[in-house]
Design a protein around this ligand. Structure first.
Ligand SMILES: [Ca+2]
Length: 78
């Protein structure tokens, strides 16, 4: 069963990364990670607000420091 769950989780991650690629981002980075790094832009901020509402702490664990835009680890300012 765990293999099936991992399989579908990997499919979701790849779709997420495809979405980020289609939006001009790094193909190895998820939309959540890009969103977390770009909280200074209104559209990423509002998407981040939705993600944080659905899953509190999401942006903090989803950020990928080794992919896409290079940023220093920071806390979201709410
Ligand atoms: Ca990645």
């Amino acid at each position: 069963m765990k293999q099936v769950i991992n399989y579908f989780f990997n499919i979701l991650i790849s779709l997420d990364q495809l979405g980020n690629t289609l939006l001009g981002g790094d193909p190895d980075e998820t939309i959540s990670s890009r969103c977390a790094k770009n909280q200074d832009k209104w559209y990423w901020y509002y998407l981040g607000t939705v993600l944080e509402f659905v899953d509190p702490g999401h942006l903090e664990w989803a950020i990928e420091y080794d992919e896409g835009k290079k940023v220093k680890p920071t806390k979201r300012k709410d």
